[in-house]
Design a binder for this molecule. Structure first.
Ligand code: AMP
Ligand code: GLY
Length: 423
């Protein structure tokens, strides 16, 4: 069968890579894809943007696409999955109503309250003064209600910082056209990302991952889309995984059902695990995580399309248990100098072959090919992903591959996986 992957990041390269490894897949088309998917075997890019619904539909028809996998949140929030389903095209990803889980943090908070899903205490405000008046103590967390590419969350350690953050959100600095403000208690603990597949009736988690959002080592500095991740994380013990299933994933799905939402895709729960071991939801996303998808899929044994098709066809309950390779996989993200602020593009990248010769897989995030050269084309450029028998050896293997790669201004965190060493 032929499949279509929508998106152009590291997550989409990992989805295309995983799908292309299956014997059942003849061709993987990416819209628009990147410099990595351009040369992946069985794979080809089409210059169609993620918001070009008509263009995506056209590819699906012309290429007899059996399954469309939507990577990013923006087209899901705009209703791409609804549009494709209305044209009888099979698609993995929720419709616009389900995508609100990510597209409106306020809506997600209300749903969690109804579902009795544990989350940080907080409230949603239209009026900035009311948000300021609500704050009793710091640190406190301020979030823009709408989509903000991972950048709309601020932890304020003083009242003054909190007021500045509220004003920035109210001004619309986070670009979603929605100026509602979520004020939340600050939670301490270890973070974990649970990516769960659902067909709207059954929900099954993939192996738990841990992301590293801040740009600087030891989690310092501004938040980014994600600087590295590893999976599985021992932060989520089998006992905790059982609680997450019963206290978070199942009630969330049941509440979506109660609201008449037919959700077929990924429910991504970003969790904080308290020092006492209790999980609380920090955020929901309506898609695979980036970079969590890279290490997770690098260990997946079950053919990915079988799982995704089972979600589309509401057969997830009939699927045998998901099979995983043993060991741990680590992904280190290499970014352009200046990211998450402004950065230059078009730098020549070298050393990817040498990196892959060590056994790592290099997923491209922001790259393009021009005149036979591979150039940087975004903030998060590459995700160097390597496995090992445990976290420590996977970290060593990943950095061995990282050290083969170079481009002007390249930066990466050298401490991916560091929190685990303190466990
Ligand atoms: P989010 O996009 O909501 O996951 O937030 C991005 C990052 O901000 C999370 O990965 C956490 O590191 C941090 N964060 C969000 N909400 C909270 C909270 N209530 N307490 C502490 N940290 C938080
Ligand atoms: N890695 C965080 C995200 O995908 O939202």
């Amino acid at each position: 069968m032929n499949v279509l992957v929508v998106g152009n990041g590291g997550r989409e390269h990992a989805l295309a890579w995983s799908l292309s490894r299956s014997e059942a897949i003849e061709r993987v088309i990416c819209a628009p894809g990147n410099g990595g998917t351009a040369t992946l075997s069985k794979c080809e890019n089409r210059a169609v943007g993620v918001e070009d619904f008509a263009g995506i539909r056209q590819i699906a028809k012309d290429e007899a696409i059996a399954l469309v996998v939507v990577g990013p949140e923006v087209p899901l929030a705009l209703g791409l999955a609804d549009d494709l389903r209305a044209h009888d095209i099979k698609v993995f990803g929720p419709g616009r109503s389900g995508a609100r889980l990510e597209a409106s943090k306020g809506w997600a908070k209300e749903l969690m309250a109804e579902a009795r899903v544990p989350t940080a205490r907080g409230a949603v405000f239209e009026d900035p003064q009311a948000a300021k008046d609500y704050i009793q103590k710091t640190p406190v967390v301020l979030k823009a209600d709408g989509l903000a590419a991972g950048k709309g969350v601020m932890v304020a350690s003083t009242g003054e910082m909190a007021h500045e953050a509220i004003e920035a959100i109210a001004r619309g600095d986070f670009g979603s056209g929605n100026c509602r403000i979520v004020v939340e208690e600050f939670l301490l603990g270890q973070e974990a990302s649970i990516l769960a597949l659902t067909d709207g009736q059954t929900i099954r988690p993939l192996i738990p991952a841990q992301d590293h959002k801040p740009i600087g080592e030891s989690d310092s500095g501004q938040n980014t889309g994600g600087m590295g991740a590893y999976a599985p994380t021992p932060v989520v013990t089998p006992e905790l995984a059982g609680r997450i299933q019963g206290e978070i994933l199942e009630p969330t799905l049941a509440t979506l059902q109660k609201r008449g939402i037919d959700y077929r895709g990924v429910i991504y729960a970003g969790l904080m695990i308290s020092p006492e071991g209790d999980p609380k939801v920090l955020e929901f996303n309506c898609r695979f995580g980036d970079p969590e998808t890279q290490p997770i899929l690098s260990l997946l044994e079950t053919p990915l399309e079988e799982l995704l098709l089972a979600c589309c066809d509401r057969r997830l309950a009939e699927m045998p248990p998901i099979q995983w390779k043993p060991g741990v996989s680590v992904c280190v993200v290499l970014v352009s100098g200046g990211y998450p602020g402004s950065y230059e593009k078009g730098k020549v990248i070298t050393g990817i072959e040498a990196a892959e010769a060590t056994g790592a897989v290099v997923f491209h995030g922001g790259t393009r090919r021009e005149n036979g050269q591979l150039l940087t084309d975004g903030g998060r450029v590459l995700g160097v992903t390597a496995a090992g028998e445990d976290v420590k050896s996977a970290i060593v293997n990943a950095y061995r591959a990282v050290d083969c790669i170079n481009f002007e201004g390249m930066y990466c965190r050298r401490d991916i996986g560091f929190r685990i060493r303190s466990l």
